[in-house]
Design a protein around this ligand. Structure first.
Ligand code: SAM
Length: 267
């Protein structure tokens, strides 16, 4: 079982996901703690970049982390073992065909997954089925339309748009952050709240400049360079200028902004 998605499953992408999770730990995870004894499903755990943080923050909850990619699951298992975390079990499974009885889990957590799915509403419905009445779902997604930076650059904006277009071509939506509220409400979740989480990086926050501007966002855009140029979305020189200008925003007089959206709803 293996699916293709815009970022792929390369070692570089694994490193990027780990850098992303580590850099954004406080911003995205500070208010997520699960009670002792609760059963939590992490859907689309990838290589375990969020799993290590999630399970580490709620050591007395029990996590089941699933993904369609066996290769990613093997790496996730390795990371969790290395971190000395013992409250997670892994299983290869498809969100749309979960091998669990209805109302099996107390809570569901899903991060950076819906943006890759042609049918995010269907995924939310499938996740609701395995959630107990009164249980919570937490969904975290980005929105590439929220990226702006200084110095501004037409080339850099076009390069980001290539990623948006390629992800759409692959059936996903990298602008999904702004849609989380209606998606959850329409799927039937109640008491839905969405909180925007803004990253702002300048030279006074060197860890964020390096971990987010360079190693998370710019690395993600760079990852689709071959396809963007190969499909003629941008010519090679304009693409190189776009990437150069994104790196420029990580220099001492540059700034970079991006907003993640974190939604919580109840079944
Ligand atoms: C961008 S990665 C995010 C991984 C992790 N949640 C994180 O934040 O680092 C998206 C993951 O979703 C998984 N995925 C995509 N469609 C899926 C599906 N239908 N069922 C389960 N996992 C899926 C992919 O295999 C991939 O590992």
């Amino acid at each position: 079982m293996r699916m293709e998605y815009v970022h792929g499953y390369s070692a570089e992408e694994g490193t990027r996901l780990t850098d992303q999770a580590a850099t954004l730990t406080e911003l995205l995870h500070a208010d997520t703690r699960y009670p002792p004894g609760s059963q939590v499903l992490e859907a689309g755990c990838g290589i375990g970049a969020q799993t290590v943080i999630l399970a580490g923050n709620s050591p007395r909850a029990t996590f089941t982390s699933v993904d369609v990619s066996a290769e990613s699951l093997a790496e996730a298992e390795r990371q969790v073992l290395e971190a000395g975390i013992t409250n997670v079990s892994f299983r290869q499974a498809d969100i749309f065909d979960l091998p669990y009885v209805s109302a099996h889990f107390d809570h569901v957590f899903v991060c950076f997954v819906l943006e890759h799915l042609p049918n995010p509403a269907g995924a939310l419905a499938a996740l609701m089925r395995v959630l107990k009445p009164g249980g919570s779902i937490t969904v975290i997604e980005g929105d590439h339309g929220s990226a702006y930076f200084h110095p501004d650059s037409e080339h850099a904006r076009r390069a980001i748009q290539c990623l948006v277009d390629l992800q759409r071509q692959a059936g996903g939506d990298s602008l999904i952050g702004r849609r989380l509220y209606p998606l959850l409400v329409q799927a039937g979740y109640r008491d839905v709240t969405v909180s925007p989480r803004m990253v702002y990086a300048d030279a006074t926050r060197p860890a964020l400049v390096d971990g987010f501007t360079r190693k998370t966002f710019t690395a993600m855009v760079e990852g689709v360079g071959e396809r963007a140029v190969g499909q003629g979305l941008m010519d090679e020189a304009s693409w190189a200028a776009g990437i150069r200008d994104l790196h420029r925003a990580a220099e001492d007089d540059g700034t970079f902004c991006y907003t993640f959206f974190k939604a919580v709803g109840l079944r």
